[in-house]
Every structure is written in structure tokens, then in C-alpha cells.
Design a protein around this ligand. Structure first.
Ligand code: FAD
Length: 390
């Protein structure tokens, strides 16, 4: 495997500190998550209630368009700041974190990266401010890991794209403030393009919210399109570029899901660390038992490693250097790390951890999807193997 730095760059630029700006973002989100999200996370989860009030407040803080340039209403932050923000949100609650991450990386980014200047000026300000939410529809009932095998079609007829087909498990697609979905559609023989379908378009039907193991307060829907007509101008980027575009979107999205893995592991560690000091058995706090200490020591070590991998992928992206391999590695590693951390943290809680009133039970349920969404662990290994030349 090639060393990760460009030849000649080793030792020239190694700075593991976050900048003042990045620290400000992290501290702001940490405080917001502790003060505003933590007190209501359990009830939102129990009632499977979408967090409209939190989205509005996150919008006011500039966090719904954090990595977008200010000219489009974003906060002009870098990818490292964005990853730190997503980590801090997930540390407290995954449903809120995925709402922000899917809106930003999957919903808004395709418009920013591939939209025309006119499309960006028209659509981005509402999205970057969080007044509206965006979704990205790639997965279909028959095309998950094999996303290129999508069957949804887009046919250009009399100046309109006529969309037919269905999409599965789409985040943020059906909230009261959802603006629309960018979907991948087959627009010709061996040709995939991205088309924007606004909510409310005739022929576009959105299912009731799907019932899930975790991420219960986030919005997940099945979408169907029957002779759904949108203007020709709703094509995103050049016709036929949809496959390349969605691969690029997934590369970037993996950084935010990796940040979720770090945040979930950190949140599980925080809960287990505190519980281990309080809970006494055999006449002393269970934190005094080496078996418990070793679990916490392993978690702390792996969290450091996962965070370093994630921040490195984000930093490479900010340097406009290739980052796809590191993003897949970070997503894979932190997905598995968060699994171990949630499991160990619940084990440290004993039977209490199995009860709904203990936050660790929610983190345990919220963890599993981090090994499935935006490419399963197996798909990440396939991507990494490809980057290794295998
Ligand atoms: C809560 C939630 C939110 C989501 N949000 C979105 C969204 O906003 N937009 C969107 O487009 N999608 C979204 N998804 C879909 C998600 O990205 C897919 O579920 C994921 O890519 C896996 O696809 P699948 O579920 O069809 O599983 P499958 O592809 O059917 O995989 C089943 C199993 O087979 C394995 N497998 C498949 N192919 C191979 C292979 N070649 N080699 C080895 N193993 C293989 C997989 O790793 C997995 O273990 C969401 C999913 C969930 C559950």
C-alpha cells in the first residue's frame, strides 16, 4: 500500500490540532446537543417524532448548511468542522445527527456540486438555512448495494422528465418541510442521470414513515413515482453522469457516517464511564474491577483511532486531495468500532442498560445502521480492496 502522503510532503505539514474556527464549531454543537437535544432525545425516540424544533434551531446556528459557501446561505465551514459537528450531535442523539447529515451530504451536496448557477441560486438558500430539507433517492427495493442496477426511469417527453419507479428507505423525504428529492433514474440504455423531483409533484407518492429499530425520530420513507412530470431543467448536471455523481456523493457522505460512528462510540463510552463510577457491587464501584477498566480502556483507544481516521479523510477532502479510500476506511472502522463500543457500554450497564430509561439502550439500537447505510461493511471492504488495486 502506498504511504498516504504525497512524495516529499512527509513531515512538512503535520498538524493534529483543530483550528480555532473548528474548535468553535465543536464547542457550539457540543453545548447545543447537551442543552437542547439531550433532554428530549428519549421522548422523540419513544414517540418516533421528527425533531422540527431542533432543526429550526440548528438552522439558526448555521448548522444545516455548514460546509456550503456563504454566497448560497451556508456557513462556509470546512469538512473537518462538519465532521466534528456530526460527531457531537451523534454523541447525544443519532436521529438528529442523521437528519443533519443526510440533508447536508446527500440532499444538498448534489445541488451544490452538480447544479447550474441558476439551480444553486434558486434552491440552495432555503436548504442551507434549514428552512427546507432535501433528500437523495438512490436505493430501490431491488437495488441496494448494487445501486447501479436501479430500475427507476426518466423519459424526456415534450420538455418534461417523466419519472416512473420507486425508491426505498429515503431519509428526510417526507417531512412537512421537505423540499424534494434528487433521484437517480435510467434515462437511456446504460445511462443514469440525476433528476430533482419537488415534493407535491403529481404522481409522486410518499409512504407513511417506516417503523424502524433505531433512528426512530428521523424520517425514512418509501417513494413511488407514476408518470411524474418535472421540467427538463430539473436534470442535475450533464445527462448520463448520474452514476459518477452518486459515487462522488457517497464518498463525501461516508465521512459524515464515519463521524457518526465516532460520535456514537464516544456517547456510549461517556455513559458507561459515568455508570461505572456510580454502580457498586461487591462493596465498590464496578469501575474498580479490571474487567470493566479494560473495556473502557479499549473503547477510549479505538475511539481515538477512529476519530483520527475520520478527521484525516475530512482533511484530505478539504485539501482537495483524493479521499475516497480514507473515507471508506473511516466508515468501515468506525461502523465496527461503534458496534463494539455500544455492546461493551451496555454490558457495563448490566440489566439496567436493557431498560428504555437508560440512554445506552437507545444508542445500542441506533448503532446497527452505521454498518449498513451509505454502503454496508462488505461494500466498504469492496471499495477499499479496489483502491488497493485488488
Ligand atoms: C434508516 C435507513 C436510512 C437510509 N437512507 C437512505 C437515503 O437517504 N437514501 C438512499 O438512497 N438510501 C438510503 N438507505 C439505504 C441504504 O443505503 C441501503 O440499505 C444499503 O445501501 C444496503 O442496501 P440493501 O438494504 O438493499 O442491502 P443489500 O444490498 O440487499 O445487502 C444485503 C446483504 O448482502 C451483502 N452484499 C450485497 N452485495 C454483496 C457483495 N457483492 N459482496 C458481499 N456482500 C454483499 C450486504 O453487505 C448485506 O450484508 C437507508 C437505509 C436505512 C435502513
Amino acid at each position: 500500500m502506498e504511504p498516504p502522503n504525497l512524495p516529499g510532503s512527509i513531515g512538512r505539514r503535520m498538524d493534529l490540532d483543530v483550528t480555532q474556527e473548528q474548535q468553535l464549531v465543536r464547542d457550539t454543537v457540543r453545548e447545543f446537543a447537551r442543552e437542547k437535544i439531550a433532554p428530549i432525545a428519549e421522548v422523540l425516540d419513544r414517540e418516533s417524532r421528527f425533531p422540527y424544533e431542533l432543526v429550526a434551531e440548528l438552522g439558526e446556528l448555521g448548522l444545516m448548511g455548514l460546509p456550503l459557501p456563504e454566497e448560497y446561505g451556508g456557513a462556509g465551514g470546512d469538512t473537518v468542522s462538519y465532521a466534528l459537528a456530526i460527531e457531537e450531535l451523534t454523541r447525544i442523539d443519532s436521529s438528529v445527527a442523521i437528519t443533519v447529515a443526510a440533508h447536508t451530504s446527500l440532499g444538498t451536496m448534489p445541488i451544490y456540486l452538480f447544479g447550474t448557477d441558476e439551480q444553486k441560486r434558486e434552491w440552495l438558500p432555503d436548504l442551507a438555512s434549514g428552512r427546507k430539507l432535501a433528500a437523495f433517492g438512490l436505493t430501490e427495493p431491488g437495488a441496494g448495494s448494487d445501486a447501479g442496477n436501479a430500475l427507476t426511469t426518466g423519459e424526456l417527453r415534450d420538455g418534461s422528465w417523466i419519472v416512473n419507479g420507486s425508491k426505498m428507505f429515503i431519509t428526510n423525504a417526507g417531512t412537512d418541510i421537505t423540499w424534494g428529492v434528487t433521484l437517480t433514474a435510467r434515462t437511456g440504455e446504460d445511462e443514469i442521470s440525476n433528476i430533482v423531483v419537488p415534493n407535491g409533484t403529481p404522481g409522486y407518492e410518499i409512504s407513511a414513515p417506516m417503523k424502524k429499530l433505531g433512528w426512530k425520530a428521523s424520517d425514512t420513507r418509501e417513494l413511488s413515482f407514476r408518470d411524474c412530470a418535472v421540467p427538463e431543467g430539473n436534470l442535475l448536471g450533464p445527462r448520463g453522469q448520474g452514476f459518477q455523481q452518486f459515487l462522488e456523493i457517497l464518498d463525501g457522505g461516508r465521512i459524515s457516517v464515519a463521524a457518526m460512528g465516532v460520535g456514537l462510540a464516544q456517547g456510549a463510552y461517556d455513559l458507561a464511564y459515568a455508570y461505572a463510577q456510580e454502580r457498586e457491587q461487591f462493596g465498590k464501584p464496578i469501575s474498580r474491577f479490571q474487567a470493566v477498566q479494560f473495556k473502557l480502556a479499549d473503547m477510549a483507544t479505538e475511539i481515538e483511532a477512529g476519530r483520527a481516521l475520520t478527521i484525516k479523510a475530512a482533511w484530505l477532502k478539504d485539501q482537495e486531495r483524493p479521499f475516497a479510500r480514507e473515507a471508506a476506511m473511516a466508515k468501515l472502522y468506525t461502523g465496527e468500532l461503534s458496534n463494539r463500543a455500544a455492546n461493551w457500554a451496555l454490558q457495563i450497564h448490566g440489566g439496567y442498560g436493557f431498560m428504555d430509561e437508560y440512554a445506552i439502550s437507545r444508542l445500542y439500537r441506533d448503532q446497527k445502521i452505521l454498518e449498513i447505510g451509505e454502503g454496508t461493511n462488505e461494500v466498504q471492504r469492496m471499495v477499499i480492496a479496489k483502491h488497493l488495486g485488488l
